[in-house]
Design a binder for this molecule. Sequence first.
Ligand code: ADP
Ligand code: MG
Length: 320
Amino acid sequence: METETRGSRRVNKRIVIALGGNALGLNFQDQMAAAGRAAKIIAGLVRDGYEVVVSHGNGPQVGMIDRAMGMLAAEEPDLAQAPLSVCVAMTQGYIGYDLQNFLREELLRMGIDKPVTSLVTQVVVDRSDEAFANPTKPIGRFMDREEAAAWERRGCRVIEDSGRGYRRVVPSPKPVDIVEIETIRSLLDCGQVVVACGGGGIPVVREGCSLRGVSAVIDKDFASARLARMIGADYLVILTAVERVAVNYAKPDQRWLSRISVEEARAYIAQGQFAPGSMLPKVEAAVEFASSLPGRRALITLLEKAGEGLKGETGTVICA
Ligand code: ADP
Ligand code: MG
């Protein structure tokens, strides 16, 4: 599955940019503004000569759509609840729509006439992934006991989340394969900017010739690392709400990390330095990518610092 496509033909550095779902806002107007800001920065990287694939998170957005579809199903007796895989597909559509339009616009402003495509992307997961027996990823908003019970009657798992109320939890299996990978490679090879694997990808399992959507949400940081490996990227760039990764985070002896080896990162993971569900998957994804082939690196930084980070001036760089 892993390919090394860094042929002699390729001169530009290829990068995967993973945008945080939280940074995309909680409503349509905020999302437009956020996508506009992200597009300016990403277009700047395209102008600098990088071949770019953009992936993005969808935690708040998939929760909102799932809830909206739930309300509709409650109102319309003939309408079943939308499968979670369909909700993920919807988030790819409306987030990709904003990103591709703003990217196109920013590139044109820079005098660059480059097509931008966002791709409905399916990501294969393993039916026997232990995540299916142990759903851990909370999605959507907090609910009271009564509402939680209604979800449980529909066969969904609900947890009490640290005294703040009840939340639905879904399995978060690891990405195994990207169904549309050849399309992504082809688009990149002909010079396009691609938005792919949004929200970690639509989770599917293979059943003979069919792909069947499953009720899960794949972590976008892991999906981005998989994508970066499969397109032979040089750099995995994870853009989030902090400029650098820290050890002893939010403690008096907090220390920001600027450049660490894969081994150091693994040691910090083992010490429990990174919060599960937020920084841990980023550092794990960075380690997975940086250790996959010599020369590959991962960067974790703020959206606004992406350019400086790629020049090695800020952010946390993880390399072999
Ligand atoms: P995204 O939406 O970009 O995936 P997350 O909220 O999931 O963002 O993860 C990023 C957050 O992780 C940071 O904003 C920070 O609050 C938190 N975090 C947890 N542990 C650390 C750490 N060790 N160093 C830096 N940030 C951390
Ligand atoms: Mg996250």
